[in-house]
Structure formats: structure tokens, C-alpha cells
Design a protein around this ligand. Structure first.
Ligand SMILES: [Zn+2]
Length: 210
């Protein structure tokens, strides 16, 4: 990977959240430092957060339930929020399985009091005056959710991800974007391959990647 000057360069530990307003044409790079780490992601129009990432518009435009290089993350107003301009991960990224939470961990795994990505989203969004009602079905970067011909999924929905150490995805902001990340702490399904690990999050100016 080419070393570039970045405006932001942070390590996010598993179980932690991250949020930042990304300016138009700036690049958000998320690096899966150790591989097979699920990274839950939401984005909003920072100037009007009522407009936010919309999985159906994104899926319909891409004609795929997987996000990959060239995918555009569309809003509920069908405006482009971000574009995937680089992606080293084979197999694409999940758009359908959503995030973990204390509630879903109890429902699915019988594990009480185990907060996860929804709680991280709530914490990050609260810094921008947003709340529970602003969380929509999110993207799971570096996550694999196979869907079979009959519509069924795997027993754990998630299977081990395809990413290896150092894989990254670059997202170009197409407007002022509030980007929100939860570095997933899940250990009850294979989204983190049973071993949640840290990620690197960078923001580059428009001209530092060519
Ligand atoms: Zn999670």
C-alpha cells in the first residue's frame, strides 16, 4: 500500500465506534489490519442528516446485494453519498444482515447484556443530535453473508469473511457526509471469525490519492 499523508489516521479497537464529517471528494479508507474483521457502517448527508444511506437504492443501482469497487452508496433521496473507489477485498461487502446489539445478542444467542454495534452507533450519532430513530440497516464491511438460490442463508447468517490482513476499502465522499463506524465486538457468529481485531481509519484529502 502506498503511504500517503492523511488528514486523519486512527486505530479503532474492536468494540469501539468512530465518527467524522467527511468533506466532498475526501477519501475515507478503512483497513482491516488483521483480516476477517466486521466493520459496521452508516453514512448521512451531514448538512441534512434526515437524508441517509439507503440499502434498497444502493442494491438496486448496483444490481447486487454486495458492495464492491464502483458501488455507489445512495441515500433515501436517491442521491450519491459515497462511492467505492478502491477495494482490495474479494467477494464484496454485506448489505443485508445489519448490526448486532444487546437485544439481538439475547434473541439469537441467549447472551444477555452484550452490547454491540447498535450501541456504538447510538453513541456516535448522539454527538450529532441523532438518536435511535436515525439508525437504518447498515453496511457490514469485510463481512460475508451468502444467500442461496432458494433464499436461505447459512445457519449463522454470517460466515468467515474473505478479507486478509491489510485489505482496505476507499470511499469517496460525494457531499458532506457524516460517516459512522462500529468496529464489531461480536464473538457469537463468524462475522469476526471469532476474534475481533483492530482496524485503521484514515481520511485523505482529494489530491493525495491518484
Ligand atoms: Zn456488530
Amino acid at each position: 500500500m502506498q503511504e500517503l499523508d492523511s488528514l486523519t489516521d486512527e486505530i479503532v479497537k474492536p468494540g469501539e465506534g468512530w465518527e467524522k464529517v467527511i468533506r466532498p471528494l475526501q477519501i475515507l479508507r478503512i483497513t482491516d489490519l488483521e483480516g476477517q474483521q466486521g466493520v459496521d457502517f452508516l453514512c448521512y448527508n451531514a448538512d441534512n442528516p434526515q437524508e441517509r444511506y439507503h440499502a434498497p437504492n444502493t442494491i438496486k443501482a448496483a444490481q447486487s446485494i454486495h458492495i464492491a469497487k464502483g458501488s455507489v452508496l445512495y441515500s433515501d433521496y436517491a442521491n450519491p453519498l459515497m462511492t467505492v473507489v478502491e477495494d482490495t477485498t474479494p467477494g464484496g461487502h454485506d448489505t443485508i444482515a445489519g448490526c448486532c446489539s444487546s437485544w439481538s445478542n439475547e434473541m439469537l444467542y441467549g447472551v444477555p447484556n452484550a452490547p454491540g454495534c447498535r450501541e456504538n452507533f447510538l453513541d456516535a450519532l448522539s454527538k450529532h443530535g441523532l438518536d435511535w430513530t436515525d439508525i437504518v440497516p447498515n453496511i457490514n464491511f469485510f463481512c460475508s453473508v451468502p444467500v442461496h438460490e432458494d433464499g436461505s442463508t447459512e445457519e449463522s447468517v454470517f460466515v468467515d469473511g474473505n478479507s486478509v490482513a491489510g485489505d482496505y476499502i476507499d470511499l469517496r465522499a460525494e457531499t458532506n457526509v457524516l460517516a459512522v463506524i462500529s468496529n464489531c465486538p461480536q464473538v457469537n457468529n463468524p462475522c469476526n471469525s471469532g476474534n475481533p481485531t483492530q482496524i485503521r481509519v484514515q481520511v485523505f484529502s482529494p489530491h493525495s490519492i491518484d
